[in-house]
Write a protein that binds this ligand. Structure first.
Ligand code: XMP
Length: 484
């Protein structure tokens, strides 16, 4: 196989994308497929149990999507476009609190505060329980939404929490010295036979809250992607100008696991390089993924300074970059070119239409894929389900630089420029969890077809000499394969 000196990528992959190839089956060694591990990396220090990332797009990822993604082993990246810093940080907190064996800083209220204040706090944080503190800051009781609702019939916002809370002696609590695993938390819950258990120090100060819901979720999501404290993993996007350092700082304070510095063209000496340096000055080793690039040189440029690289210019379903500017690289070519230059994990971003495309992106060198349209139109994607008389139940999917997305940020059509995206209607498809499970099964089957026992070993084998495994598909083969 000859190498093209300028582009570096092998000639057979020049200008190609997913449908230009099929993967050559190998002699299988797997006995069952459903236990095949798909462990991979999102970035140098952030792992995934499913190599799938939800795109930082307003119609794709919000807290509900990020929670579902991490529960199934992937990661969601919260968007920044048109989102205030405090909203993005609150979304991070929502994900981090969604599922853990101990809620470390449960929301609290003082016994001298009022029902109206409790109501505001519950609405603000979308929670159903407040722990009540005495004047001296000790655990005094619990106020649950159920109890609050019961009192709404004779609603008196001025009533003191002390009068309506469930008193400490009726609540489940423990002063056990340490609780260091989900198993220990489950054991303690079972002992007290309560829905919620407050973990206290000897002097009645709150150390955490354990709930049956969280413990149940933990046991249910066996692939869930968690941090060292048992909380779901989440990423969030920042830009490269304006308030990006302040945004990063608030996101990090909120507990984000990885920051994605996102710009349409990251191979940029004048803006992106100084922005990364500024980020490093403030946050040193904090995990940073940067993108997008689509060439060997672009990946080489970022590989030195970022912990992961997003690859893809113009392949996305909501993109018009190639139409409006003529710029872009076939996505399979872009992934291979970046792989040859990069020493950090790559995220293949955009253009994925089917699970087979994910398989090819991973075999070509990506460590994970970022999906937009593939995950849109689901219960977990932001936005309403619209009952369209002609199209049925749909949800909107918008390119981040579509006129509609820009309009919602700019407020008036006059201020809109650089439109390089489009809006699409996506048929409503139910829960994203079914889609993610389908991806898991498809990738496990691919590993078996490719003669290996794990995704990692397929990638090692194929990445080394992909031309042995990627078989060019003629237009007739493409028709036979994909256009059914
Ligand atoms: P898919 O195909 O998965 O692609 O929907 C998601 C990716 O598309 C990119 N994106 C855009 N690219 N104009 C562009 O040129 C846009 O308006 C736009 N919006 C999203 C982005 O990389 C995303 O992850």
């Amino acid at each position: 196989m000859t190498r093209n000196q300028y582009f570096e990528v092998e000639e057979v992959f020049l200008g190609t994308t997913f449908d230009d190839f099929t993967l050559n089956p190998q002699c299988s060694v797997a006995v069952t497929r459903d236990s095949i591990p798909l462990k991979t990396k999102f970035s140098k220090n952030v792992s995934l149990n499913l190599p799938v990332v939800s795109a930082n797009m307003g119609t794709v990822t919000g807290p509900a999507m990020a929670i579902a993604m991490a529960q199934e082993g992937g990661i969601g990246i919260l968007p920044r476009g048109g989102v205030t810093i405090s909203s993005e940080a609150n979304w991070v907190k929502e994900v981090k609190r969604a599922e853990n064996f101990i809620i470390e800083k449960p929301h609290t209220i003082h016994s001298y505060q009022t029902l109206a204040e409790a109501r505001n706090l519950m609405d603000l944080h979308k929670i159903g329980t407040l722990l009540v503190l005495s004047e001296t800051g000790k655990f005094a009781g619990i106020l649950s939404a159920k109890r609050k609702m019961m009192l709404c019939g004779s609603y008196d916002g001025e009533r003191k929490i002390a009068d309506i809370m469930t008193e400490r002696n009726q609540c489940g609590y423990t002063t056990r010295e340490s609780i260091s695993s989900a198993e220990e938390a489950a054991e303690e819950l079972a002992k007290h036979d309560k829905e919620k258990l407050v973990w206290l120090s000897e002097d009645m100060r709150i150390r955490g809250l354990i709930t049956t819901k969280d413990i149940g979720n933990l046991l249910h999501h066996k692939w869930a992607n968690k941090d060292a404290k048992g909380r779901l993993i989440v990423g969030a996007a920042i830009g490269v100008t304006g308030d990006y350092i302040e945004r990063a700082s608030e996101l990090i304070k909120a507990g984000v696991d990885v920051i994605v510095m996102d710009t349409a063209h990251a191979h940029n000496q004048k803006v992106v390089l100084p922005a990364i340096r500024e980020f490093r000055k403030h946050f040193q080793q904090f995990e940073l993924v940067c993108g997008n690039v689509a060439t060997y040189e672009g990946a080489e440029f970022l590989s030195e300074i970022a912990d992961g690289i997003k690859v893809g210019i113009g392949p996305g379903a909501g993109c018009r970059t190639r139409n409006e500017t003529g710029v872009g690289v076939g996505q399979l070519d872009a992934v291979r070119s970046a792989f040859l230059a990069s020493s950090v994990p790559l995220i293949a971003d955009g253009g994925i239409k089917k699970t087979g495309d994910i398989a090819k992106a991973l075999c070509m060198g990506a460590s994970s894929v970022m999906l937009g349209e593939f995950l849109a139109g689901t219960d977990e994607s932001p936005g309403e389900i619209i009952n369209d008389p002609a199209k049925g139940r749909i949800k909107k999917y918008r390119g981040e630089t579509s006129p509609q997305a820009k309009l919602s940020i700019a407020g008036s059509a006059e201020n809109i420029k650089n439109v390089e995206g489009q809006e699409k209607d996506i048929e409503y498809r139910g829960s994203v969890k079914d889609i993610l499970r389908g991806i898991r099964e498809g990738l496990q089957s691919m590993v078996s077809f490719m003669g290996e026992e794990s995704l990692a070993s397929v990638r090692d084998k194929v990445n080394e000499e992909p031309w042995r495994y990627f078989r060019p598909a003629s237009s007739a083969t493409q028709k036979e394969s994909f256009k059914k």
